[in-house]
Design a protein around this ligand. Sequence first.
Ligand SMILES: [Fe+2]
Length: 322
Amino acid sequence: MALSEANLAAFHPAADRPLAISRESANGPRLLRRLQGDAISAPYALFRVKPLARTLGAEIEGVDLRLPLTEELKQELNRALLEWKVLFFRNQRITSEQQAAFARNWGELENHPFLPQGDSADVVRFAKDDKTAGRENNWHADVTWRLTPALGAVLRLIETPASGGGDTIWSDAAAAYDNLPEEIRARIDGLTAIHDFTHVFGRALPPDQLAAKQAEFPAAEHPIVRVHPETGRKTLFVNSSFTTRIVGLEDHESEKVLQYLFRQIAIPEYHVRFRWEPDTVAFWDNRALQHYAVNDYYPERRVAERISIVGDRPYGYGGATD
Ligand SMILES: [Fe+2]
């Protein structure tokens, strides 16, 4: 449930009290749950699953993305997506159209108003080289400045840097939430934050175009703790690219809490880091993760195409913790 500024104080009487952030309990074992609570993974019948990290990231073997999915295969892949959050498919020589057809199994495709297009408006083409340096090396979930951020994305690597590099890292936002101290979880459940594209995509726009885009995509208010609509898990839903402030807090307190929460996403135990090869496809759940495109290959060339799936309006939990 989203809260407006007006009823924030009634819901959270301590909202204006500074949050005590300490370095204690910042290290030691992490709670790493792949599924909700004590849920147990069921076997997969239609493909093999090769895990790459404890709670997220698995290679899927035995699926040919050139072919339409049967309903059974789609259901089983969706179960794998919810369990592993990002799925990798190697050796997939597919076209943009086949990539789009695969993505369309999960919903309508999304157009991105700022990023360069491929052959159609549904395709974002990232072609990075000595003229266009990659700028996606900042933790984020995609398009959280929309009222309805993407459900997920299908990314296909076309060309990898000649001398290696260009990995992508994903971070499990439910693990980041699970490991927050109880006091902080209790404090941020029910709070909302503002997400805005302006300081990422707005810098390159002349003032009149910026104003038009801001009118088309006004800043969005989302819960800081998002409940995943399919798994019911609580995820940390603020990111260092697009989240600008917490509603109802003074600027300095908002910034302190946000910086603390951003640091949680960067904790390595919540990560999977993937080394790409050409013709590898990743399908990730943008509701469950954040990601970071490592920029260690400039000025070499890296080319990828992304197709995103329209998502739903994020909602929170209403204050309780599990
Ligand atoms: Fe992204």
